[in-house]
Structure formats: structure tokens, C-alpha cells
Design a protein around this ligand. Structure first.
Ligand code: AKB
Length: 326
């Protein structure tokens, strides 16, 4: 049996950091190639600096390492994407097209493309959002995800490629920080609570969005990629959910652990993005087709985040600087 050789783009990112480690655990240190445009931030693994728009270098890595699967995570997120729409389009969309062609020409066996709740827009039903709905996103990030879904679906159908995709909700993790997303507040808030600092939230208190704990997001990704091909009925991004909450709801849950924790609300441009997304997602197709089921409830996620961040901050001599500037 041929050993799988996996290449991950954007391996330094919020999901990439954690997924890289899980893939190394599954496939072995020598079989997972971590890439990113930024310098290596991994504790272990083979690392190659890669600009996904540099097709020649990408091709070289595929050839040198005999890559059989790609997890393409490199992208700018919804909020930072709005700062420079043209550059965001170039990285998020042209980057994907580059990879689709490389996958086709090199007979790569499997490609994972992360889609997002950012595909949804003002014309989408906001509650229990079904899989197939009108998509009219407000952000260049969302437009890139919709276009990306259409193109992966086209490549899967036209060339018979095995491309799989999830519409991730906001992801909460104690292991890695998000950077430039609209759901980032749901991670930041924990760091402020554990450091006993007041948090200023950039969204209104009643803004509900779908969210998920990182361990579940990683499990869903691996489960989707390992599912028998006949179970994959949707190529353009499965709806994926776990729970939904507002800033006020998560604040109230954190108060159970830190009764003196304070919050204030100063909505900025990200409020409009959040308002255009949906509140609760119907992911019954993922549950039916390949057995998706989350492990963590909202309350369990909060408890686990606090447990892990308490451990982490108590170990650190200097208080970590959280870079939260957009
Ligand atoms: C963002 O907020 O941009 C991301 C996402 C939902 O895709 N976390």
C-alpha cells in the first residue's frame, strides 16, 4: 500500500497549527509536509516556506515529496480580508485555482478545501440554515468561498477528483489564536477572562453565530477525509455545526468561573459582517452521510478552554502579548 504523503498550506494558522499535529500523529513525522508563507512556528514536523501563488515552487514540493493529499488552509479571513479586497481575492481565490490545477496535473488523490459560514448572506435563512440556500455574501472572503465551492464542485465532477470540503463555523481553541476573523471575539474573551482583564467586544451583545470547539473541528475534518468515497454526496462544502451563542451568553457562562470579569461592547465594522451571517446551521447532511457528531457542548467547551488557559498562563513567566489589532 502506498504511504500517504500529506502537504498542508497555511499550517501556521489557527486550524493549521492544530491539524498539523493531528495529521503527524496519524501519518507520521516523515509523511506530513507543513507549509506556510510565514516562518516555521511548529514544534515538530518537516517545514517548507511556501507562497501558494508560486506555482513552480509548489510543483517542486509536490514532486520532491511525492505528495498524495493536500489540505489547503492558507487564506485571509473575513475581517482582515476587507482591508485589501484585491489581495484577498488573489490569495484566497487564485491560490485555490492554482492548487486545483496542480491537483489535476499531479493526480493528487485527495484535496481538502475549508469553506465557511461566510458563504451565507442577507438572503440566506438565518435559523437552521439548510445546506442549499441562496448565497449572497457581503465580504470578499465570503465571495472567495462561494466561488471556491463552485470550482471544487466543478473539478470534482469534471475531472473525477476527490475533493472534500466543510463550511466551518467560528472555531474556538486554546492552542492557537485566530487572526482577522469576525468570530475571533469568542477566543479573545477567554484570554482576557483568565488574565483578569476587562474585555472590549467588537460585536453587540446579542449577535448569535454558529461556533465549534477546535477538537471537534479537527475530528470533523479527519472524519470527512477518511470517509469512504461513496459516503461523500456533497463536494461543495458540507454545513457543519455544534452550538450557537452570542457575546452575552458566553460572557454569562465565563462569569461562573470569574465572577468579577467585566465586558463592554463597542461594535465596529465586523458587526455588519456578523449580521450578514446565519445564527444556527442545519448540518443534518453531514450527520447522515458520514456520521458527523460533535463531542463538546457549549458548557463543556467553556470549561475546557478555561482549564487549559489557566494551565497555560500559570506556566508563563511573562504575560503573553495577545496581538489583536486589525
Ligand atoms: C471568520 O470569522 O472569518 C472565520 C470564519 C467563520 O470563516 N472564523
Amino acid at each position: 500500500m502506498q504511504t500517504e504523503k500529506i502537504l498542508i498550506t497555511g499550517s501556521n494558522g489557527q486550524i493549521g497549527t492544530v491539524l498539523s499535529d493531528r495529521l503527524i500523529d496519524i501519518f507520521g513525522l516523515d509523511n506530513v509536509i507543513l507549509t506556510d508563507i510565514a516562518p516555521n512556528n511548529h514544534r515538530r514536523g518537516i517545514y517548507e516556506k511556501l507562497d501558494i501563488l508560486n506555482t513552480a515552487h509548489f510543483q517542486e514540493l509536490i514532486g520532491d515529496y511525492k505528495i498524495t493529499q493536500i489540505y489547503h488552509l492558507a487564506s485571509l479571513l473575513s475581517a482582515s480580508g476587507e482591508k485589501n479586497p484585491m489581495r484577498t481575492w488573489d490569495i484566497n481565490f487564485n491560490g485555490l485555482l492554482n492548487i486545483l490545477e496542480l491537483v489535476r496535473k499531479n493526480n493528487i488523490k485527495k484535496l481538502f478545501f475549508p469553506s465557511s459560514i461566510a458563504v451565507f448572506g442577507d438572503t440566506t435563512p438565518k435559523v437552521n440554515t439548510p445546506q442549499d440556500v441562496p448565497l449572497l455574501p457581503d465580504t470578499v472572503y465570503g465571495i472567495g468561498k462561494v466561488a471556491g465551492e463552485l470550482w471544487i464542485n466543478y473539478y470534482a465532477n469534471r475531472y473525477g477528483l476527490d475533493i472534500r470540503s466543510l463550511r466551518y463555523p467560528g472555531i474556538i481553541s486554546h492552542e492557537s489564536m485566530p487572526g482577522g476573523g469576525t468570530t475571533d471575539y469568542a477566543v479573545e474573551i477567554f484570554h482576557y477572562a483568565v488574565k483578569k482583564e476587562k474585555y472590549t467586544c467588537f460585536l453587540k451583545e446579542d449577535t448569535v453565530m454558529p461556533m465549534m470547539y477546535m477538537e471537534d473541528a479537527i475530528n470533523a475534518t479527519i472524519q470527512l477525509m477518511q470517509a469512504p468515497v461513496e459516503n461523500i454526496k456533497i463536494r461543495y462544502g458540507y454545513n457543519l455545526g455544534a452550538f450557537s451563542f452570542s457575546p452575552k451568553e458566553i460572557y454569562n457562562e465565563i462569569l461562573k468561573y470569574f465572577p468579577n470579569f467585566e465586558i463592554e461592547y463597542k461594535p465596529d465594522f465586523r458587526q455588519q459582517i456578523a449580521d450578514s451571517w446565519v445564527k444556527r446551521i442545519d448540518d443534518s447532511k453531514a450527520r447522515l452521510d458520514w456520521g458527523w457528531k460533535e463531542k463538546y457542548s457549549f458548557e463543556e467547551m467553556v470549561a475546557d478552554m478555561i482549564l487549559n488557559l489557566r494551565k497555560r498562563y500559570s506556566k508563563e513567566t511573562d504575560t503573553e502579548k495577545i496581538d489583536l489589532v486589525y
